[in-house]
Design a protein around this ligand. Structure first.
Ligand SMILES: Cc1cc2nc3c(=O)[nH]c(=O)nc-3n(C[C@H](O)[C@H](O)[C@H](O)COP(=O)(O)OP(=O)(O)OC[C@H]3O[C@@H](n4cnc5c(N)ncnc54)[C@H](O)[C@@H]3O)c2cc1C
Length: 405
């Protein structure tokens, strides 16, 4: 059976799913809320089985040509002195495959845009949909007033998914709050910015990252922990960018290290973004002929470095299960959730201790942590572990022969 599929959202998950479904001969429409492809964002990781998915797409060579040449991660003190040095690796902050989000989205879009079975429509959203049991389809009402029917509707519309809200039981919990708030922006690269990520902790649960992805720009990430002022911070996340920038400047002005330079660049950047760091924990990813993939289903938070990896894997598994049960979409959707859940369960484990250790409150913990990490790095332990252990090692990527090239 060839299905007619509507994918809502042209991010990594939506474009990857379009790729696989079209390869299997299904007809796909992708609608994206933005008037054009949102090829934006900072640096993201592709790890473990996510790399194998790209390989099976036949896109590994293109991916390799677009990677950011980050060599590893340094933990530094307020004077910028390197106290612990990590290479690239499965468990390290710098993954083997680092890429700017925009480059990955563009690569996936370009691999699909001219396919005869795929149509992209920008500036369009789903207003509502009716799941029609008799017709075995969804009647979808769009934001431009049009309607159409689809065998399958997929929410690939990111962390704030509207499709998810529509299929979860009323009042169902959608997020696990971590009490973490993050902003990033770009500043001009200077001579002393290297191809190594620098990580600096400051008292008050504040963390700053500096990483350079090309010869002219450096990314700045400012992250802090605060689970006491949630209401005020939530309001700030909805405020105009100018107000948000003012808050971040005030919050980090006395953090030390290269803060003055970073703050000086915040007003001129075209790439400022801030958000609450959360995990999506939807109780169900499927209802009837509607399914969720990527961040819409299971955003694990940037803390894990696995959001893009799991979204690529999820797209492959959903398409694969549809090919495995070609005459029974309900069974395919059920199997998609059954196969993927164990991986997501493993990936989403972010305990309170991990958060506290990532964002310590006091200077003495920061100093102690730098000393311990420095000693472990001197012994070579983190890099050795990273060669043999992955954080998704228990889970095997299925093979779906019908999706092979
Ligand atoms: C602009 C942007 C920048 C990002 N930057 C970073 C970053 O710097 N670091 C990081 O770790 N992660 C970032 N992310 C998140 C990261 O891309 C995802 O965690 C991961 O790649 C999984 O992708 P996804 O396709 O599930 O979700 P997303 O990448 O969030 O893609 C969702 C897509 O759906 C679209 N959309 C949303 N609502 C609707 C709607 N109602 N109808 C139609 N389309 C809709 C969005 O515009 C977007 O194109 C960013 C996401 C976006 C959208």
């Amino acid at each position: 059976m060839k299905t007619k599929v509507l994918i809502c959202g042209a991010g990594c998950a939506g474009t990857a799913l379009a790729f696989w479904l079209a390869r299997a001969g299904h007809n796909v429409t992708v609608i994206e809320r933005s008037p054009s492809l949102r090829a934006l964002g900072a640096q993201i990781d592709i790890r473990n089985q996510g790399i194998e998915v790209i390989n099976r797409m036949g896109l590994l060579e293109i991916l390799l040509s677009k990677l950011v040449k980050e060599e590893g991660t340094h933990m530094v003190n307020s004077a910028g002195e390197v106290k612990a040095a990590f290479g690239k690796g499965n468990l390290n902050a710098t993954a083997e495959y680092e890429i700017m989000r925009g480059d990955l989205v563009k690569m996936l879009y370009e691999a699909t845009q001219d396919h005869e079975n795929i149509e992209y429509i920008f500036g369009k959203m789903v207003e509502s949909f009716d799941e029609r049991e008799n017709e075995n389809d969804n009647l979808v009402h769009f934001s431009d007033g049009s309607t159409d029917s689809f065998d399958l509707l997929v929410g690939a519309d990111g962390q704030g998914s509207r499709i998810r809200s529509a299929i979860l039981p009323p009042g169902g919990k959608e997020y696990r709050k971590l009490g973490i708030w993050a902003a990033y922006w770009f500043v001009p690269r200077i001579e002393t910015d290297t191809n190594t990520m620098s990580m600096y902790s400051s008292p008050g649960g504040r963390l700053m990252l500096r990483r350079s992805h090309n010869s002219t720009e450096t990314q700045v990430y400012c992250i802090f922990r605060d689970d006491e002022n949630t209401e005020q911070l939530n309001k700030l996340m909805r405020a105009p960018a100018e107000e948000q920038k003012k808050y971040w400047k005030q919050k980090f002005h006395d953090a030390g290290w290269e803060t003055d330079r970073f703050i000086a660049g915040i007003d001129d950047t075209a790439n400022f973004y801030c958000h609450e760091v959360v995990q999506v924990i939807a109780a169900n990813w499927v209802r009837g002929r509607v399914a969720l993939i990527g961040d819409a289903a299971h955003c694990p938070s940037p803390l894990t470095g696995l959001g893009t990896t799991t979204s690529l894997i999820g797209a492959y598994v959903l398409a694969g299960e549809i090919t495995r049960s070609p005459d029974d979409l309900a069974l395919a959707l059920k199997n998609y959730e059954r196969v993927l859940r164990p991986l997501i369960k493993e990936v989403q484990v972010v305990g309170p201790l991990r958060i506290k250790m990532a964002l310590p409150q006091s200077q003495w913990v920061i100093t102690l942590r730098l000393a311990i990490m420095g000693f472990l790095c001197w012994l070579g332990i983190p890099d050795l572990l990273s060669q043999y252990v992955t954080d998704t090692s228990e889970w095997q990527l299925p093979h779906y022969p019908a999706l092979d090239l």
